[in-house]
Ligand binder design. Structure first.
Ligand code: SF4
Length: 197
């Protein structure tokens, strides 16, 4: 079954930024503030994340043990309507291996969706299966491997469609005002009872 974008479906013409998938997975309102309303408020969490990425962006491409390491690789998928950039892709004999750099300790879940979307792009771009990748956490300075299982692929496809619908309809969900908000980095932490970002 072809699970790519429906050419006749809602928002079929929209290319989704890969970063929006992680934002939506974390909080649909956060995704809307950035990608629908284009509101972006820097705070200590977002600045930390940008520094983590800048370190990768400024590193040169290398070859280690015969494996090319390509940084800041532009990604795209016509099938899924995705655009973005990979922090690092290692071109291993078994296929491309994406690595995403994260400033905080929170890896898994939302970051896995973003990595899986990178894998979907790499498979289309290079015609090779992409079975696994990793999220590198600057908090513990370790790589956390991620396998692109059929369940993770299905979850990623479902987030892609949800983001496409949100952008097509220009939807802004209400503020959650929950445990995600203090470290959100986009909406201000709502004051108790305020109900707004
Ligand atoms: S502050 Fe809370 S509700 Fe607002 S975007 Fe962030 S996580 Fe979502």
């Amino acid at each position: 079954m072809d699970t790519g974008r429906d050419p006749a479906g809602e928002g079929a013409e929209i290319d989704i930024p890969i970063s929006a998938l992680e934002h939506f997975s974390y909080c649909p309102r956060q995704c809307a503030l950035i990608h629908v309303e284009q509101t972006f408020q820097e705070n200590v969490f977002t600045v930390r994340g940008q520094i983590a990425h800048r370190r990768v962006d400024h590193a040169a491409d290398t070859v280690a043990r015969g494996i090319a390491h390509v940084r800041s690789l532009e990604l795209w998928s016509e099938r899924y309507g995705l655009r973005g950039k990979a922090d690092l892709v290692e071109f291993r004999p078994e296929g491309p291996y994406p690595v995403e750099y994260k400033s905080g300790p929170a890896v898994g879940g939302h970051a896995d969706i973003q990595l899986c979307a990178q894998a979907l792009c790499l498979e289309e771009m290079f015609g090779q299966p992409v079975a696994a990748g990793a999220a590198f956490s600057h908090a513990d300075r370790r790589r956390h491997p991620v396998r692109f299982t059929s369940e993770l692929r299905a979850a990623t496809e479902s987030v892609i469609e949800a983001v496409r619908g949100q952008i097509a309809r220009q939807e802004l969900p209400p503020a959650a005002d929950d445990a995600r908000c203090p470290t959100c980095g986009v909406g201000q932490h709502p004051l108790p009872g305020a109900g707004e970002d």
